[in-house]
Design a protein around this ligand. Structure first.
Ligand code: DON
Length: 350
């Protein structure tokens, strides 16, 4: 029988050659016809790093004392592709707080638990056109919550996560983020303490939401879990892998685990387009054309669906709370590699 036949010498040799070249063969098979080659990506990332390294625009977030004293020269770039190739440059081992980028993954978890329709009904997905911590948006917006990425909508989204107490909810959130990163993530305790001691604005938002029946668990307990989720530490490569999980239809490219339901990806990415950079989202969509999310810790992750994600970390922020260098690097890289989703070039059309 065929199954019992020992392979001939030439077949064995072919198998050995194939085995030693497997990663290259696999990536050659999987490579998108419009995906740029690694050498090109490396040189473009290096150019961006050199060009913006000395940019001193923006300033660290100062309303969270821990963030105010972070070294504003820190600068790291990471790309993770959907076939788990990793490219890093700069301060990529430094663990910074994920801050608002956490909101993407808590949204994903809420959708896992409740489904997209329920989450849309309870939180919505409209840009507010106001700063991320605006109480006026809560009063003015018909939904009050706005969207899952402004603080009010994010606290409401966190309040949707099930669990017998705050601790169980927090552990579930941390575990979910860790699955998206493909490794165990940890709370940065000093960030949590620093923010928990100063987050009166978020507590006020949570009570305002309660007035409109738009928070779904105890308001202060929800703010506390939310503050912990914002204080999770990630380095640039971990953040890029979390993004690559979204780019890869919810499957972590390193572990192969389906972390986010495939059918929930479009709602998550579209919310990133309309609100990922707050009141900077319109300009970002116009210039860069990628779903992205920023955090006041200085991180931004941008998703290139089907291809991968780029994460950049540099603490100084613009007026809207988005890392200045991270925006410039992603803009530079996306333009040179034709990543803009709305450009015909991104699908191989000239
Ligand atoms: O609640 C806050 O204000 C922070 N923990 C998160 C805000 C944030 O990251 C906004 N992002 N650009």
């Amino acid at each position: 029988m065929f199954a019992n036949r020992a392979p001939s010498k030439s077949i064995l040799a072919a198998m050995l050659i194939a085995a030693s070249f497997t990663p290259a063969l696999l990536s050659a098979q999987k490579a998108s016809p419009v995906a740029p080659r690694r050498a090109l990506v490396e040189s473009v990332v290096r150019e961006a790093y050199d060009k913006f390294k000395t940019d001193t625009n923006g300033k660290n977030a100062d309303y969270i004392p821990y963030l105010a004293q972070a070294d504003s020269k820190l600068f790291g770039i990471a790309i993770v592709t959907t076939d788990n190739q990793v490219l890093t440059l700069g301060d990529v081992n430094y663990s910074f707080s994920i801050q608002s980028i956490s909101k993407v993954f808590t949204l994903a978890l809420a959708m896992e638990e409740l489904g997209p329709d329920k989450v849309f009904e309870k939180v919505g997905s409209e840009p507010t056109g106001r700063p991320f911590n605006s109480p006026l948006a809560v009063v003015d917006m018909p939904s009050h919550t706005g969207n899952p990425f402004v603080n009010a909508g994010a606290i409401a989204t966190t309040s949707l996560i099930s669990g017998k107490d705050a601790n169980e909810k927090w552990n579930k959130i941390l575990e979910f983020y860790s699955k998206a990163a493909g490794e165990k993530l940890k709370l940065i305790d000093e960030v949590y303490k620093s923010e928990a001691a100063t987050n009166t604005g978020n507590k006020a938002l949570s009570y305002l939401l309660a007035k409109y029946d738009r928070i779904y668990a105890d308001p202060f307990e929800s703010v506390d879990v939310y503050t912990k989720q914002c204080s999770v530490g990630v380095n640039a490569a971990q953040l890029a892998r979390m993004g690559a999980t979204l780019a890869n239809n919810g499957i972590n490219p390193a572990t192969g685990e389906q972390v986010v339901k495939r059918e929930n990806i479009p709602e998550i990415l579209s919310t990133m387009v309309v609100a990922g950079l707050y009141d900077g989202s319109g300009g970002w969509a116009w210039h860069v054309g990628l779903p992205a999310k920023s955090g006041v810790g200085g991180g931004i992750v941008a998703i290139v669906p089907g291809k991968g994600a780029i994460a950049v970390f540099a603490p100084p922020l613009d007026e809207a709370g988005n890392s200045v260098k991270a925006q410039k690097v992603i803009d530079y890289v996306a333009e040179r590699l034709n990543y803009n989703l709305f450009s015909p070039a991104s699908v191989g059309l000239k």
